[in-house]
Write a protein that binds this ligand. Structure first.
Ligand code: FES
Length: 311
Protein backbone atom coordinates (compact mmCIF):
# COMPACT_ATOMS: atom_id res chain seq x y z
CA UNK A 1 0.00 0.00 0.00
CA UNK A 2 1.51 3.39 -0.93
CA UNK A 3 2.56 5.65 1.97
CA UNK A 4 0.11 8.41 0.89
CA UNK A 5 -2.79 6.17 1.92
CA UNK A 6 -1.83 6.82 5.56
CA UNK A 7 -2.11 10.57 5.20
CA UNK A 8 -5.47 12.22 5.96
CA UNK A 9 -7.17 13.89 3.02
CA UNK A 10 -6.95 17.69 3.10
CA UNK A 11 -10.20 19.33 4.27
CA UNK A 12 -11.40 22.83 5.16
CA UNK A 13 -12.92 21.71 8.49
CA UNK A 14 -9.80 22.46 10.62
CA UNK A 15 -9.71 25.96 9.16
CA UNK A 16 -13.38 26.53 10.06
CA UNK A 17 -12.74 25.09 13.54
CA UNK A 18 -9.77 27.44 14.03
CA UNK A 19 -11.86 30.40 12.88
CA UNK A 20 -14.57 29.41 15.38
CA UNK A 21 -12.02 29.29 18.23
CA UNK A 22 -10.62 32.68 17.15
CA UNK A 23 -14.14 34.15 17.17
CA UNK A 24 -14.69 32.71 20.69
CA UNK A 25 -11.48 34.36 21.95
CA UNK A 26 -12.35 37.70 20.37
CA UNK A 27 -15.91 37.35 21.69
CA UNK A 28 -14.67 36.81 25.26
CA UNK A 29 -13.09 40.24 25.03
CA UNK A 30 -15.66 42.11 22.99
CA UNK A 31 -19.00 40.48 23.72
CA UNK A 32 -19.06 37.24 25.74
CA UNK A 33 -22.80 36.71 25.22
CA UNK A 34 -23.25 36.98 21.47
CA UNK A 35 -19.93 36.84 19.63
CA UNK A 36 -18.42 34.14 21.86
CA UNK A 37 -21.60 32.08 21.51
CA UNK A 38 -21.55 32.41 17.72
CA UNK A 39 -17.85 31.44 17.71
CA UNK A 40 -18.64 28.43 19.89
CA UNK A 41 -21.33 27.36 17.41
CA UNK A 42 -18.94 27.67 14.46
CA UNK A 43 -16.25 25.70 16.33
CA UNK A 44 -18.69 22.93 17.29
CA UNK A 45 -20.12 22.56 13.76
CA UNK A 46 -16.70 22.47 12.07
CA UNK A 47 -15.27 20.32 14.88
CA UNK A 48 -17.99 17.71 14.38
CA UNK A 49 -17.50 17.75 10.58
CA UNK A 50 -13.75 17.46 11.09
CA UNK A 51 -14.15 14.55 13.50
CA UNK A 52 -16.56 12.81 11.09
CA UNK A 53 -14.12 13.25 8.26
CA UNK A 54 -11.17 12.08 10.34
CA UNK A 55 -12.98 8.92 11.42
CA UNK A 56 -14.58 8.21 8.04
CA UNK A 57 -11.89 5.64 7.25
CA UNK A 58 -12.50 3.85 10.50
CA UNK A 59 -16.23 3.79 10.00
CA UNK A 60 -15.74 2.73 6.40
CA UNK A 61 -13.43 -0.06 7.53
CA UNK A 62 -15.92 -1.13 10.19
CA UNK A 63 -18.55 -1.60 7.54
CA UNK A 64 -16.39 -2.77 4.71
CA UNK A 65 -14.17 -5.13 6.59
CA UNK A 66 -16.84 -7.73 7.36
CA UNK A 67 -17.29 -9.00 3.80
CA UNK A 68 -13.56 -8.76 3.21
CA UNK A 69 -12.52 -10.80 6.21
CA UNK A 70 -12.30 -14.06 4.42
CA UNK A 71 -10.15 -12.61 1.65
CA UNK A 72 -8.02 -10.68 4.19
CA UNK A 73 -7.37 -13.84 6.16
CA UNK A 74 -6.02 -15.44 3.02
CA UNK A 75 -4.05 -12.39 1.81
CA UNK A 76 -0.71 -11.27 3.33
CA UNK A 77 -1.12 -8.37 5.87
CA UNK A 78 -0.33 -4.92 4.50
CA UNK A 79 0.60 -1.78 6.50
CA UNK A 80 -2.41 0.26 7.61
CA UNK A 81 -4.98 -2.41 6.77
CA UNK A 82 -6.71 -4.45 9.45
CA UNK A 83 -5.24 -7.90 9.86
CA UNK A 84 -7.46 -10.92 9.69
CA UNK A 85 -9.95 -10.92 12.59
CA UNK A 86 -9.32 -7.22 13.40
CA UNK A 87 -12.03 -4.63 13.10
CA UNK A 88 -9.69 -1.59 12.81
CA UNK A 89 -6.08 -1.18 11.72
CA UNK A 90 -3.78 -1.21 14.75
CA UNK A 91 -2.02 1.96 13.67
CA UNK A 92 -5.31 3.86 13.77
CA UNK A 93 -6.21 2.38 17.13
CA UNK A 94 -2.84 3.46 18.60
CA UNK A 95 -3.14 6.89 17.01
CA UNK A 96 -6.58 7.62 18.47
CA UNK A 97 -5.96 6.03 21.87
CA UNK A 98 -2.77 8.09 22.28
CA UNK A 99 -4.62 11.28 21.39
CA UNK A 100 -7.55 10.36 23.65
CA UNK A 101 -5.38 9.51 26.67
CA UNK A 102 -3.30 12.66 26.10
CA UNK A 103 -6.45 14.79 25.99
CA UNK A 104 -7.83 13.11 29.11
CA UNK A 105 -4.62 13.67 31.07
CA UNK A 106 -4.49 17.29 29.87
CA UNK A 107 -8.08 17.86 31.02
CA UNK A 108 -7.55 16.18 34.41
CA UNK A 109 -4.49 18.36 35.05
CA UNK A 110 -5.83 21.63 33.64
CA UNK A 111 -9.50 21.84 34.63
CA UNK A 112 -9.07 21.75 38.46
CA UNK A 113 -6.17 24.23 38.33
CA UNK A 114 -8.13 26.63 36.10
CA UNK A 115 -11.19 26.23 38.35
CA UNK A 116 -9.27 26.95 41.57
CA UNK A 117 -7.52 29.92 39.96
CA UNK A 118 -10.49 31.56 38.25
CA UNK A 119 -13.63 30.75 40.21
CA UNK A 120 -13.00 31.99 43.78
CA UNK A 121 -13.05 35.73 42.91
CA UNK A 122 -16.52 35.23 41.41
CA UNK A 123 -17.93 33.29 44.37
CA UNK A 124 -18.75 34.05 47.98
CA UNK A 125 -17.99 37.77 47.91
CA UNK A 126 -19.32 39.43 51.06
CA UNK A 127 -20.90 42.86 51.12
CA UNK A 128 -18.98 44.77 53.76
CA UNK A 129 -20.20 47.66 55.86
CA UNK A 130 -17.72 49.65 57.89
CA UNK A 131 -19.00 51.80 60.77
CA UNK A 132 -16.76 54.88 60.94
CA UNK A 133 -18.37 56.37 64.03
CA UNK A 134 -20.56 59.42 64.59
CA UNK A 135 -20.88 61.96 61.80
CA UNK A 136 -20.05 64.63 64.41
CA UNK A 137 -16.42 63.33 64.37
CA UNK A 138 -16.07 64.75 60.83
CA UNK A 139 -15.74 68.54 60.93
CA UNK A 140 -17.35 70.16 57.90
CA UNK A 141 -14.87 70.97 55.12
CA UNK A 142 -12.02 69.08 56.83
CA UNK A 143 -10.26 66.12 55.18
CA UNK A 144 -9.40 63.04 57.24
CA UNK A 145 -7.15 60.09 56.48
CA UNK A 146 -9.35 57.32 57.83
CA UNK A 147 -8.29 53.76 58.52
CA UNK A 148 -10.69 50.94 59.38
CA UNK A 149 -11.22 47.21 58.83
CA UNK A 150 -13.74 46.01 56.29
CA UNK A 151 -13.84 42.61 58.01
CA UNK A 152 -12.51 42.59 61.59
CA UNK A 153 -12.83 38.77 61.64
CA UNK A 154 -9.97 38.71 59.11
CA UNK A 155 -7.86 41.02 61.25
CA UNK A 156 -5.42 43.72 60.16
CA UNK A 157 -5.13 42.29 56.66
CA UNK A 158 -8.58 43.78 56.00
CA UNK A 159 -7.53 47.29 57.10
CA UNK A 160 -8.28 49.93 54.48
CA UNK A 161 -7.62 53.64 54.10
CA UNK A 162 -9.98 56.26 52.73
CA UNK A 163 -9.73 60.04 52.42
CA UNK A 164 -12.94 61.54 53.76
CA UNK A 165 -14.33 65.07 53.66
CA UNK A 166 -17.67 66.13 55.13
CA UNK A 167 -19.13 68.45 52.48
CA UNK A 168 -22.01 69.55 54.67
CA UNK A 169 -25.59 69.25 53.59
CA UNK A 170 -26.82 68.91 50.05
CA UNK A 171 -30.45 69.65 49.15
CA UNK A 172 -31.91 67.08 46.75
CA UNK A 173 -35.57 67.48 45.71
CA UNK A 174 -36.14 69.93 48.56
CA UNK A 175 -34.76 67.43 51.11
CA UNK A 176 -31.48 67.99 52.96
CA UNK A 177 -28.99 65.15 52.58
CA UNK A 178 -25.53 64.73 54.07
CA UNK A 179 -22.72 64.91 51.52
CA UNK A 180 -19.37 63.19 51.97
CA UNK A 181 -16.47 62.73 49.58
CA UNK A 182 -14.99 59.31 50.40
CA UNK A 183 -12.03 58.38 48.20
CA UNK A 184 -10.25 55.02 48.28
CA UNK A 185 -6.47 55.14 48.54
CA UNK A 186 -6.02 52.23 46.09
CA UNK A 187 -4.12 53.63 43.11
CA UNK A 188 -5.98 53.27 39.80
CA UNK A 189 -2.73 52.26 38.11
CA UNK A 190 -1.58 49.08 39.86
CA UNK A 191 -3.15 49.40 43.28
CA UNK A 192 -0.37 50.90 45.43
CA UNK A 193 -1.47 52.91 48.48
CA UNK A 194 -1.95 56.54 47.48
CA UNK A 195 -0.84 59.19 50.00
CA UNK A 196 -2.31 62.60 50.77
CA UNK A 197 0.01 65.40 49.54
CA UNK A 198 -0.13 67.83 52.44
CA UNK A 199 0.41 68.41 56.15
CA UNK A 200 -1.32 66.08 58.58
CA UNK A 201 -2.69 66.32 62.11
CA UNK A 202 0.49 66.73 64.15
CA UNK A 203 1.81 69.56 61.94
CA UNK A 204 -1.60 71.19 61.82
CA UNK A 205 -1.87 71.02 65.60
CA UNK A 206 -5.01 68.90 65.26
CA UNK A 207 -5.69 65.67 67.12
CA UNK A 208 -6.17 62.28 65.51
CA UNK A 209 -9.56 60.92 66.50
CA UNK A 210 -9.81 57.24 67.43
CA UNK A 211 -13.00 55.27 67.86
CA UNK A 212 -13.80 51.59 68.53
CA UNK A 213 -16.58 50.38 66.30
CA UNK A 214 -17.66 47.17 64.61
CA UNK A 215 -14.99 48.02 61.97
CA UNK A 216 -12.21 47.67 64.56
CA UNK A 217 -10.22 50.65 65.77
CA UNK A 218 -10.98 53.65 63.57
CA UNK A 219 -8.40 56.40 63.15
CA UNK A 220 -9.28 59.78 61.66
CA UNK A 221 -6.16 61.86 61.06
CA UNK A 222 -6.84 65.44 59.88
CA UNK A 223 -5.01 66.44 56.71
CA UNK A 224 -4.93 69.38 54.29
CA UNK A 225 -4.20 67.74 50.93
CA UNK A 226 -3.22 69.62 47.78
CA UNK A 227 -4.00 66.33 46.02
CA UNK A 228 -3.08 62.68 46.30
CA UNK A 229 0.10 61.01 45.05
CA UNK A 230 1.21 57.45 44.50
CA UNK A 231 4.74 56.51 45.65
CA UNK A 232 5.08 53.61 43.21
CA UNK A 233 5.14 55.19 39.74
CA UNK A 234 4.33 58.83 40.43
CA UNK A 235 0.58 58.80 39.66
CA UNK A 236 -1.02 62.07 40.80
CA UNK A 237 -4.64 62.96 41.54
CA UNK A 238 -6.45 66.14 42.51
CA UNK A 239 -8.60 66.40 45.63
CA UNK A 240 -11.60 64.92 43.82
CA UNK A 241 -9.50 61.91 42.83
CA UNK A 242 -9.15 62.93 39.17
CA UNK A 243 -5.93 61.74 37.57
CA UNK A 244 -3.66 64.71 36.87
CA UNK A 245 -0.36 63.01 35.98
CA UNK A 246 1.38 59.69 35.65
CA UNK A 247 0.24 56.25 34.50
CA UNK A 248 -3.18 55.74 36.22
CA UNK A 249 -5.92 55.17 33.64
CA UNK A 250 -8.82 56.71 35.56
CA UNK A 251 -9.74 58.55 38.76
CA UNK A 252 -9.54 57.07 42.25
CA UNK A 253 -12.33 54.73 43.36
CA UNK A 254 -14.85 55.93 45.91
CA UNK A 255 -16.91 54.38 48.70
CA UNK A 256 -20.67 54.50 48.68
CA UNK A 257 -22.01 55.43 52.12
CA UNK A 258 -25.09 55.85 54.24
CA UNK A 259 -25.86 57.62 57.49
CA UNK A 260 -27.46 55.32 60.03
CA UNK A 261 -28.41 56.49 63.52
CA UNK A 262 -26.13 59.48 63.08
CA UNK A 263 -23.13 57.32 62.14
CA UNK A 264 -21.17 57.21 58.88
CA UNK A 265 -21.33 53.73 57.35
CA UNK A 266 -19.05 52.91 54.40
CA UNK A 267 -20.49 50.50 51.84
CA UNK A 268 -18.97 48.98 48.68
CA UNK A 269 -16.51 50.80 46.47
CA UNK A 270 -17.26 51.91 42.93
CA UNK A 271 -14.94 53.05 40.17
CA UNK A 272 -14.80 56.53 38.75
CA UNK A 273 -13.78 57.74 35.30
CA UNK A 274 -13.65 61.40 36.37
CA UNK A 275 -15.36 63.96 38.55
CA UNK A 276 -16.68 67.32 37.34
CA UNK A 277 -16.95 70.02 39.98
CA UNK A 278 -16.09 69.61 43.64
CA UNK A 279 -17.55 68.72 47.01
CA UNK A 280 -21.33 68.50 47.33
CA UNK A 281 -21.78 69.80 43.76
CA UNK A 282 -19.47 67.23 42.18
CA UNK A 283 -20.80 65.21 39.25
CA UNK A 284 -19.26 61.78 39.60
CA UNK A 285 -18.96 59.61 36.46
CA UNK A 286 -19.33 56.34 38.32
CA UNK A 287 -19.04 52.72 37.18
CA UNK A 288 -19.11 49.33 38.86
CA UNK A 289 -15.96 48.53 40.78
CA UNK A 290 -13.14 47.22 38.58
CA UNK A 291 -9.51 46.35 39.22
CA UNK A 292 -6.54 48.71 39.11
CA UNK A 293 -5.33 49.52 35.61
CA UNK A 294 -8.70 48.87 33.97
CA UNK A 295 -10.41 51.50 31.85
CA UNK A 296 -14.06 52.13 32.65
CA UNK A 297 -14.80 54.38 29.68
CA UNK A 298 -13.46 54.99 26.16
CA UNK A 299 -12.85 52.21 23.66
CA UNK A 300 -10.32 50.53 25.97
CA UNK A 301 -13.13 49.38 28.27
CA UNK A 302 -13.91 46.56 25.80
CA UNK A 303 -10.59 44.98 26.80
CA UNK A 304 -11.99 44.25 30.28
CA UNK A 305 -15.31 42.45 29.74
CA UNK A 306 -15.30 40.28 32.86
CA UNK A 307 -14.67 41.45 36.39
CA UNK A 308 -15.06 39.57 39.64
CA UNK A 309 -17.17 41.55 42.13
CA UNK A 310 -15.25 43.83 44.53
CA UNK A 311 -16.68 44.92 47.86
S1 FES B 1 0.63 51.96 41.27
FE1 FES B 1 0.25 54.08 41.50
S2 FES B 1 1.29 54.99 39.87
FE2 FES B 1 1.67 52.89 39.61
Amino acid sequence: MPEQDHLPKPTVWPIGFAIGIAVVLVGLIVNPLWIATIGGGIAIVFGVLWARDATADLRGHAVAVEPERREAAAAPATAGAPAAGERFPRSKFLEFSTLGIGGLIGGVVTVPVAGFALLPPFLGQKHHRADLGPVSDFAEGQWYISTFMIDPAEGEVSRRTAFIRNNGTLTVGGKPQPSFTIISNRCAHLGCPVQANGPTGAILGMKTITEKTSAGEIKLEPVVPAGFGCPCHGGQYDTEGNRTAGPPVRGLDRYAFEIKDGRLILLSTFSVAKVDGTGAQAKIHKYKSVGPGEHVDGWEQILYPLNPPHH
